[in-house]
Design a protein around this ligand. Structure first.
Ligand SMILES: Cc1ncc(COP(=O)(O)O)c(C=O)c1O
Length: 395
């Protein structure tokens, strides 16, 4: 694929366009749908514009050939790269597209040259696949995983910060950290934890699967060494698209996951070996940045928060459930989870779908047993009322 001019092109665009701000449009589901999808935290239904864009590129491919269309229109992917960098206030020389957050995280975990005895700090509530990769590294290279135990439903931030602080040692090589936990939407105090890592001279890999395009933040403020996220959740972009951010100084220290090159180098393009993939999806990411709207991430977040607050208030006196949140009024974003006190999560969630056509996420992990609600930008008051009535009826 012709990507030689990729970085140069993006750099020129940065200087011409300056920093773009991600904005949201209200988009109806692409098809008339009787289903209420409250599971954007898993994967979003792409917004209407992206559906149309994906369809357009698929039709173009039908008329010629996949690689031909990709190579002729690579600028769309370059623009997605550039706009992602602008959104996060970093440079496009530090961003490489990937298929999803998992692939981006694995690129780092499998790309660092670990020595036997090196320690990786992670949390028992990090995404399970991330924990599995760390366990593979333990088996293959003899690294030592150092788990951080916290109670995400009860611990105040300071307790969590202290738990991370205790995990560092002179052998710590990497800290794996999740920005927002998928289980209950808890945002970890990552600013403080990253500051501790820096004092301990430790690199930080930040998992932004649940934070990118959901809460406002700039990467250069948080300053992790590596950041991984996807477009197919809160961004409502095409399924199977994500990206990795690697701070400039670190690019040449990581082995690329795929064989783009025979060696390591300071060139981020080494990490964007996309090979054969869903070309229409990658050509459509850019469209997500073009939605015409009045809503910024911050405004959209506050709308989601107020919908979740409404649910929280309505469920206050409902028997059989209890919120997975530390303390009162902790509704801080688009995710709200509940423990089920005497129901099986799978059965409850199935019933919610069968009887009410509402999609929720069952949560069954360690001591967590319940369901998750996550609010997309196409969810409104009526959907929330439907949910409240349905939950009350089914409990
Ligand atoms: C915290 C977290 N990390 C990683 C992932 C994996 O995301 P992806 O589907 O983009 O690989 C998820 C998915 O839900 C997640 O919640």
């Amino acid at each position: 694929m012709h990507r030689r001019s990729f970085i140069k092109y993006s750099t020129i665009l940065t200087s011409v366009l300056g920093s773009s701000k991600l904005i949201f449009a209200k988009n109806a589901l692409p098809l008339e749908s009787a289903i209420t999808n409250l599971d954007i935290a898993a994967t979003a239904v792409p917004c209407d514009e992206i559906m149309k864009e994906h369809d357009y590129w698929s039709r173009q491919i039908e008329k010629s050939s996949p690689y031909h269309v990709w190579n002729q229109n690579i600028k769309n992917a370059e623009l997605a790269n550039f706009r992602t960098a602008s959104q996060l206030n970093v440079t496009s020389e530090e961003i490489a597209l990937s298929r999803n957050t998992t692939e981006a995280i694995d690129t780092i975990l499998r790309g660092i040259e670990f020595q036997k005895g090196d320690e990786i700090i992670y949390c028992i509530y990090d995404y399970p696949f991330v924990q599995n990769t760390i366990r593979q590294l333990e088996k293959r290279y003899g690294i030592n995983p150092v788990p951080v135990y916290i109670n995400i439903n009860a611990d105040p931030d300071q307790t969590i910060i202290n738990a991370y602080k205790k995990a560092f040692s002179p052998k710590t090589k990497l800290l794996c950290l999740t920005h927002i936990l998928n289980w209950n939407g808890r945002k970890l105090p990552v600013e403080e934890i990253i500051a501790i890592a820096k004092r301990n001279n430790t690199k930080v890999l930040l998992d932004g699967a649940q934070s990118f395009a959901h809460i406002p933040f700039l990467l250069d403020d948080l300053d992790p060494d590596y950041f991984a996220a996807c477009y197919h959740k809160w961004f409502r972009g095409p399924l199977g698209t994500g990206f990795i951010h690697i701070k400039k100084d670190n690019v040449e220290k990581i082995w690329p996951l795929h064989g783009e090159n025979q060696k390591r180098s300071g060139n981020i393009e080494n990490f964007q070996h996309l090979s054969t993939l869903d070309f229409p999806a990658f050509l459509s990411i850019n469209k997500g940045f073009e939605w015409i709207s009045q809503h910024s991430i911050a405004a959209e977040l506050s709308r989601k928060k107020s919908l979740n607050q409404k649910i929280y208030d309505a469920f206050r006196n409902v028997n059989g459930i209890s919120p997975m949140i530390p303390g009162r009024n902790y509704v801080r974003n688009g995710i709200l989870s509940y423990s089920l006190l005497s129901e099986d999560p799978g059965k409850f969630v199935n019933r919610m779908y069968e009887e009410h056509k509402i999609i929720l996420k069952p949560i069954r992990y360690r001591t967590l047993n319940g369901f998750r609600i996550s609010i997309s930008d196409d969810i409104g008051e009526k959907d929330v009322e439907l949910l409240i009535d349905a939950v009350k009826k089914e409990l």
